[in-house]
Design a protein around this ligand. Structure first.
Ligand code: IPM
Ligand code: MN
Length: 371
């Protein structure tokens, strides 16, 4: 028996989580385990009513679960950034989910925009560091007459643009990225272990040619840890270059480890080459704590309640959740069911089909029962 927390969230979140739970329950029945779900009412609706994003009680209760199944957050009535930072990023940080695992895999029957590429050519995993880098939230915006402007602004702006210190035009903002040796080490070690269980190739992403302090440290740690894993082939790529290679030669990659911000960007590219955001799952993992599994797409408020949203990314994220709990057979059966569902044409409109959200979930349950 597993106790799992679920947060449907906003927009299409609740509908797709409902299908996901249905499929995971079916897998449980088929493979002999039970899931006891506890739903949490976290999201825009509650925030608009009560002003609460995440309460201490939420966090205390959530911390008693090994995993959270998360739909999506984002609502047009709330200013961008509030829910994202106050809920999603806060959960990732609070539970120290330092691994953001994003499989980039072209399933059978799925169309990729990359000409001539087959499922065997697109099958790698991006391990995105999930707690550091430009996501640490250290930054500020300054207008004139604020003290610090005298320190930073004069130096930067005066010399460069010869602007008037008293003028509004001199508003300045900065954001600081942070990499720690330990923060890099733990996610890089996770990636080496993962690479060992796959094709034993690990690619590190950075921009050490320009941001040489922050990513210089990342590189040093990568080199240190690589020395302990001589059986794994390693390479460095710059983030700009890897966007080219993802498109041109995705078959080169096995496991890719990246700092947080670059990981955010390159996994949206990854999602497209595996068939779109409707097919891109992610796991936020703390190997010894509470982990969280979610589709990487957003809440698509436009489609809320219409029953047309594609639940496949969420269902795949559910498979990752089961894999994380050690239910490998059930996890594999779910991915196979997604493939079968696609091959039999039971897909939503975004994938060129006519099925609804629930239709896809029902079909998947049927396939798993027949497995
Ligand atoms: C993602 C999302 C989030 C991120 C946003 C919604 C905060 O884009 O999961 O990739 O930037 O990590
Ligand atoms: Mn993103």
């Amino acid at each position: 028996m597993y106790r799992i927390a679920s947060i449907g969230g906003d927009g299409i979140g609740p509908e797709i989580i409902l299908e996901g739970k249905k499929v995971l329950d079916a897998a449980g029945e088929r493979f002999d385990f039970d899931i006891r779900w506890t739903d949490f009412d976290i999201g825009a609706e509650r925030y608009l009513k009560t002003g609460q994003l995440l309460t201490e009680t939420d966090l205390k209760e959530l911390s008693t679960f090994p995993a959270i199944y998360f739909g999506a957050i984002g609502d047009e009535r709330v200013k961008p950034g509030i829910l994202e930072k106050g809920i999603l990023l806060s959960l990732r940080f609070f539970f120290d989910q330092y691994v953001n695992l994003r499989p980039i895999r072209l399933l059978k029957g799925v169309a990729t925009p990359l000409a001539g590429k087959q499922p065997q050519d697109i099958d790698f995993v991006v391990v995105r560091e999930n707690t550091e880098d430009f996501y640490v939230g250290i930054g500020s915006r300054f207008k004139k007459q604020q003290k610090i402007e005298l320190l930073i602004k004069r130096e930067l702006y005066h010399a460069k643009f010869n602007l008037d210190v008293e003028s509004d035009a001199e508003e300045l903002a900065y954001q600081i990225g942070v990499v720690t040796r330990e923060g890099a080490r733990r996610v890089i070690d996770y990636s080496f272990t993962l690479a060992q269980s796959r094709k034993k190739k690990l690619t590190s992403v950075d921009k050490a040619n320009v941001l040489s302090d922050i990513y210089g440290l990342w590189r040093d740690v990568f080199l240190d840890r690589a020395a302990l894993h001589p059986e794994v082939t390693t390479e460095f790529t710059f983030v700009d270059a890897i966007t080219m290679w993802f498109v041109k030669n995705p078959e080169w990659f096995d496991v890719v480890v990246t700092p947080n911000m670059f990981g955010d960007i390159i996994t949206d590219l990854g999602a497209m080459i595996q068939g779109g955001l409707g097919l891109a799952p992610g796991g936020n993992i703390n190997p010894t704590g509470t982990s969280m599994f979610e589709p990487i797409h957003g809440s698509a408020p436009k489609y809320k309640g219409l029953g047309v949203a594609n639940p496949m990314a969420t269902i795949w994220a559910g498979s990752m959740l089961l894999d994380h709990l050690g239910e490998h057979e059930a996890a594999g059966a779910i991915v196979t069911a997604i493939e079968k569902c696609i091959l039999s044409g039971v897909v939503t409109k975004d994938m060129g089909g006519h099925s609804g959200t629930m239709g896809v979930g029902d079909e998947m349950v049927k396939i798993i029962q027949e497995t």
